[in-house]
Write a protein that binds this ligand. Structure first.
Ligand SMILES: [Zn+2]
Length: 254
């Protein structure tokens, strides 16, 4: 049963990852994610279905357009593989459970938002709100089926606490933390808080730790200065994934 779940998660993951590539590319440009169909930016040729298979097509074509041989970024198969890996992670972590749909939606949103933030320092509302709304709806459904309203209340409490914290930081120093992060953080705390409030805590701590380490490395290598803006959403997303993967292994003081 686990084998079937893992294989399904991997397949769905790379397919959703392929869709997320379109979202990451088009949403910041305010272009429809449905129309027009994908085309090569070099020759304008429409990409056929057989050349649009996640990961496989890129490998078979060795990262080039079939028509004009223009280089196709390795980012596309990387996003697909990453999404597949995250789907497998949550499938292994939560199994067939009412929690699974919420966390699947959650990690999909994480990938889309981490990459728009990395590319353009943007956490678009049109990605944040649907992600938050769908995660919340899935958690409400899970709470209703299981009668676990207490758990939902804890998750909502984590979301509210992170909102207050990030809003305060943003209020004191808008340059160090954009309002996109103030919207994004509470969704992460909600999805992690459902697993347990400690996970929300570990996720936030891990985000700051990873952010600090990378910040120090960038400054030490001269790639960033004190005033360089950092896409904090990327670190929030990394922290969330670390919490899901390893949050249960941390020993908490009692
Ligand atoms: Zn082409």
């Amino acid at each position: 049963m686990t084998g079937f779940l893992v294989v399904s998660a991997a397949v769905y993951g790379v397919v959703i990852g392929s869709f997320l590539n379109v979202v990451i590319l088009r949403v910041p440009e305010k272009v429809s994610i449905v129309k027009p169909p994908s085309a090569c930016p070099g020759c304008g040729n429409r990409i056929s279905t057989r050349d649009n298979l996640p990961i496989v097509s890129w490998l078979l074509l060795r990262g080039r357009c079939r028509n004009c041989a223009m280089h196709i970024s390795a980012r596309y198969p990387v996003v697909e593989a990453l999404t597949g890996a995250l789907f497998v992670l949550v499938a292994l972590r939560f199994g067939w459970s009412w929690t699974l749909p919420a966390e699947i939606i959650f990690v999909s949103g994480l990938v889309a938002l981490a990459f728009t933030d990395l590319d353009r320092m943007l956490l678009p509302k049109v990605i944040i709100y649907p992600t938050g709304g769908l995660v919340l709806a899935a958690l409400v459904a899970a709470a209703a089926v299981q009668g676990s309203w207490h758990r939902l209340a804890i998750a909502a409490g984590c979301g509210a606490a992170e909102f207050v914290l990030l809003f305060t930081i943003h209020f004191i120093s808008p340059r160090s933390l954009g309002f996109g992060d103030v919207r994004f953080g509470p969704i992460i705390a909600l999805a992690l808080g459902w697993i347990g409030w400690r996970y929300a805590f570990v996720g936030f701590l891990a985000a700051n730790l990873v952010g600090s380490v990378i910040g120090v490395i960038l400054m030490a290598t001269g790639k960033a200065g004190r005033k360089t803006l950092v896409p904090f959403g990327v670190f929030l997303a990394i922290g969330a994934v670390l919490a899901i993967a390893f949050g249960g292994l941390v020993h908490y003081p009692t």
